[in-house]
Design a protein around this ligand. Sequence first.
Ligand code: COA
Length: 136
Amino acid sequence: MSAAITYAWRDPISDEEMVDLVRSHGGAAVAGWWSRVRAHSLGWVGARDGNRLLVGFVNVAWDGGDHAFLLDTKTRGSHQRRGIATEVVRLAATHARAAGCEWLHVDFEPHLRAFYLDACGFRVTDAGLVHLPTSG
Ligand SMILES: CC(C)(COP(=O)(O)OP(=O)(O)OC[C@H]1O[C@@H](n2cnc3c(N)ncnc32)[C@H](O)[C@@H]1OP(=O)(O)O)[C@@H](O)C(=O)NCCC(=O)NCCS
């Protein structure tokens, strides 16, 4: 982990900063997305470099009780493979635990198994998924 990076729970991330972060790793940024979803979060972690540039993010949704859900882990393209995402996930887990959650869920594409299982310590479980627009 870089010493110059600082991490904050509920970091005041603007929608413009989120769009820039998503574009930085080649993602399809949608203006307004972060402003819309933020209200439904238990919290989120932002990581910033020494110039306060947003370089990492993870969102934590929840059911209002025991279950928290990790969503949208992102690290700026220029800052990947330095341990930033591992640290934002670790802090997200710490804050979800402090909020009284018992379980932290995540799902991910197969190429990220090493990240979530090995680096972040998640274990494999049975889970289910339906793509609602193309089902029913
Ligand atoms: C996935 C992502 C968040 C990882 O961020 P990161 O800050 O680079 O991750 P870390 O440096 O903490 O990685 C820790 C370890 O996880 C594994 N890992 C990280 N990214 C990986 C990748 N893209 N592919 C395979 N393994 C990966 C590696 O074992 C890595 O250790 P190493 O660098 O010593 O090999 C980043 O690649 C990203 O933003 N990707 C685009 C968005 C995305 O796909 N998000 C996931 C949503 S589920």
